[in-house]
Design a binder for this molecule. Structure first.
Ligand code: ATP
Length: 304
């Protein structure tokens, strides 16, 4: 199967700054993929190279089998990018903007699809409004509409929900999930990790231009070693033998970092020995946010 996105030994330098450091990444058609990382990790640089807006210093990148450099037009036709920054022409209406955008891709009769996009993005009422007169959130919706106008098989959303209200977020995700179910490949960058965790099947985490984790979302979150065992105890005097586990105590509540579930029995037997009762107990699973924080704390050289 031709990958939706394939990137090999991709690098980008800005003078002495290494924005992307020999990235290898393959995303298959139909994936809902999260590209995560802190500010400055290289996500937008990677997206810009795929969209043909930035030239890589070395390595190759392709969209649906078309090289982004030597086959730029074919690659670009198959890609829809929702950029982070608002760029729009204030002299046209919403509908005109989308008709013009269709023209860039050689699409003459695109009205039905434009209507459908406007409906899904709750912009139908503003179809004849001047772009200048839209609110910030509505302009962002228009950016999303622009990226979808040529029904690209691969859609990259660079922080699409930053500054967007809860209602639109929900309808946007419904629409994107529907497109994904129809076979479109979705790549999402976001700082809302709970959104990525809920939506994406696979994830790459970038840090300082390197991929420091690449895994299925489920595997990454659930195979991360370590849980937090939160205990409410009958005494504030936590026995010294419990200090072998990293422990945080607030009054009667003691949170212990454990690696395996089997450690719980040992902890309970220590408490029994000291005649301390467990009044309440919770085992907290790691979530994407805790995994992400761990990856950011670790030395990248030791991870992948
Ligand atoms: P954010 O989450 O803040 O959007 P990002 O992961 O998208 O961050 P990039 O925008 O790709 O990060 O930036 C990666 C690195 O490259 C940063 O250190 C940034 O300062 C640098 N960089 C990006 N564009 C340029 C440029 N045109 N000239 C010089 N340095 C740049």
């Amino acid at each position: 199967m031709t990958p939706a996105i394939a990137v090999q030994q991709l690098g980008k330098h800005y003078g002495s700054l290494v924005a992307l450091d020999n990235i290898d990444l393959v995303i298959q058609p139909g994936e809902f993929f999260a590209l995560l990382g802190p500010n400055g990790a290289g996500k937008t640089t990677l997206i810009s190279i795929l969209a043909g807006l930035t030239r890589a210093s070395h390595g190759t990148a392709s969209v649906m089998g078309y090289d982004v450099l030597s086959d730029y037009r074919e690659a670009r036709k198959r890609l829809g990018v929702v950029p982070q920054e608002l760029v729009y022409d204030p002299f046209f209406t919403v509908r005109e903007t989308l008709v013009i955008q269709s023209g860039y891709f050689g699409l003459k009769r695109n009205d039905d699809w434009i209507d459908e996009i406007l409906q899904h993005l709750d912009l139908a009422e503003k179809a004849h409004a001047n772009v200048r007169a839209l609110s910030g959130g509505m302009k962002r919706r228009l950016l999303i509409a622009q990226a979808l106008v040529h029904k690209p098989p691969v859609i990259i959303l660079d922080e699409p929900t930053a500054g967007v209200d809860v209602d639109l977020r929900q309808s946007l995700w419904q629409f994107i999930q529907q497109l994904n179910a129809q076979g479109h490949t979705i790549v999402l960058t976001t700082h809302y990790l709970e959104e990525a965790e809920a939506l994406c099947n696979r994830v790459a985490v970038l840090k300082q231009g390197k991929i420091v984790a690449l895994d299925s979302m489920h595997h990454l979150v659930h195979n991360t070693r370590g849980y937090t065992l939160e205990l409410r105890l009958s005494s504030e005097n936590v026995p010294a033998d419990l200090q072998m586990w990293p422990c945080r105590q607030e009054g009667y509540v003691c949170s212990l970092k454990i690696t395996h579930g089997a450690e719980i029995e040992t902890i309970l037997s220590i408490l029994r020995k000291h005649e301390i009762q467990v009044l309440d107990m919770q085992l907290l699973q790691p979530d994407l946010e805790s995994v992400f924080m761990k990856l950011m704390e670790a030395d990248s050289a030791n991870i992948v």
